[in-house]
Design a protein around this ligand. Structure first.
Ligand code: ZN
Length: 272
């Protein structure tokens, strides 16, 4: 089995200090947390930016500041979010791509969050994908439903996306696909050929589906963006979450990929 790529998503748009006391919010805090997770085994950092009040922001300078600080500390793969949350309008979502991170997230279909729309109309998806292509940024395809997987295949056929695709299957989002093994297998049966894949399972099914992905040969994402406590009322840190997945992987004999090994696995150049 190939080595395991662990992505850490330390901040997200939703966690707040009162609900997740260990969540890093400032560029310095985010960079330090990513560094600790890199030491523990994370190969990719999925980054959201927050403003000085800790609120989500699309300001490319904040993204850039986080990336600069991370690069000073380690060689982890930097992935910016272009996701739909944070009240960002369509135009704002793509601005961080121009800062040329190695990767950026690209959701290839609409669905619902618990209390808002995961708004990804075809024109916006194409616009973001072409912007990534122009800037040499590899997309991570975020799939919340089967339709998003099918649309990614459609865009590949049109030459807007390039193979091999790296696909992140997101399960357990309230209002979207439940985090069940059956739903994971359903998505896996429909993966495009030669793609690499990871699982992000939100909330209470996080550990179970992450373990399943590790056993099946997929990759995993963890972090406070996805899960804020192990059990009710027990807040956790990003480092603890990454370490927990490393321990699960070790128990199943799966080695952990370094950032450069991850670059090779997903088709990024290794000139870092
Ligand atoms: Zn995200």
């Amino acid at each position: 089995m190939e080595k395991l790529i662990i992505t850490v998503a330390p901040t997200g748009n939703v966690p707040t200090i009162d609900k997740a006391p260990h969540v890093p919010l400032s560029p310095a805090e985010i960079a330090e947390d990513i560094f600790l997770c890199w030491q523990a085994g994370a190969a990719i950092a999925h980054i959201h930016a927050r403003d000085e009040d800790g609120k989500p922001t699309a300001d490319p300078e904040v993204f850039s500041e986080v990336a600069k600080r991370v690069k000073e500390k380690c060689d982890i793969i930097i992935q910016f979010s272009t996701g739909a949350r944070a009240g960002k309008n369509a135009a704002e979502r793509g601005v961080c791509i121009d800062k040329k991170p190695e990767m950026a997230s690209l959701t290839t279909g609409s669905s619902n969050f618990a209390d808002s729309v995961n708004y990804n109309p075809p024109e916006l998806i194409k616009e973001l994908a072409l912007r990534m292509k122009k800037q040499g940024v590899k997309p991570e395809i975020e799939v919340f439903d089967l339709s998003a997987l099918e649309y990614a295949k459609d865009l590949t056929g049109k030459g807007i996306l390039e193979t091999p695709l790296h696909i992140n299957l997101v399960l357990g989002v309230p209002g979207s696909l439940a985090g069940t093994p059956r739903n994971l297998f359903f998505l896996l049966e429909n993966l495009p050929d030669a793609s690499t894949w990871s699982v992000t399972s939100i909330g209470r099914t996080h550990a179970q589906l992450s373990a399943l992905a590790i056993v099946l040969g997929g990759h995993v994402r963890t972090g406070l963006e996805d899960v804020i406590e192990l059990e009710k009322g027990q807040p956790i840190s990003n480092l603890q979450l990454v370490s927990r997945l490393v321990n699960i992987a070790m128990a199943y004999g799966r080695e952990i990929a370094t950032p450069n090994e991850a670059r090779k696995l997903i088709g990024l150049s290794c000139n870092i």
